[in-house]
Design a protein around this ligand. Sequence first.
Ligand SMILES: [Fe+2]
Length: 229
Amino acid sequence: MYTEPWYVQLPEGFSTPEFDTKIWSPKKPLVIVEPRLFDASAPVYGYGEVGPTDNDLLAQHDGVPMGEHIIVHGRVTDSWGRPARNLLIEIWQANAAGKYVHDHDNTPKPHDPHFTGAGRTLTNADGEYRFRTIKPGAYPWWKDRESWRAQHIHFSLTGRGLAERYVTQMQFPGDPLLERDPVVSTIPDAKARARLVAQLDWDAAITGVAIGYRFDIVLGGFYATPAEH
Ligand SMILES: [Fe+2]
């Protein structure tokens, strides 16, 4: 049975119900809400769980993926050129045929059972990172016959908090599709577009095995790598 709380029976003049803060206090126990993704203050997987081979997209299955094997590496800095240390970098990409593993990719292209197309790593003390993967294929944008995405790798960079997330895409030098790429061409500044293109890097190549590409990322400032919003 419901009974009036004791505090409305205070002596007259001591307090009035409308100004008595007790009457506005919760009458039921607090509800504990499960933490949600956007409440997290750090990457979901946690820094400690990034494995030493998570950056090797060629070693995630029993067999070797089809396609051109490449090394993608670079340095992440802030607008002052200071290294962005301990940043979680996640990449995702299509396979060599230009096919993603997710269900929304209904293009008539083959899946590669030996390639997922996702990897992650942490930048080191100098802001450097490195991945081993395959060169992704181009895929259609379905707007018209000449509308194709140039070959690219998606990058997500996460800082100490999830609010600090930088998403961008790396393109490949010399790709004839770059000029008409429906995403890259939305960036009006040609110099900014060029900052999305990696550089061929023979120093990072593995002789007879993999070609190297360098993709440096600048987080903000005048020379920032264009980011998706
Ligand atoms: Fe893509």
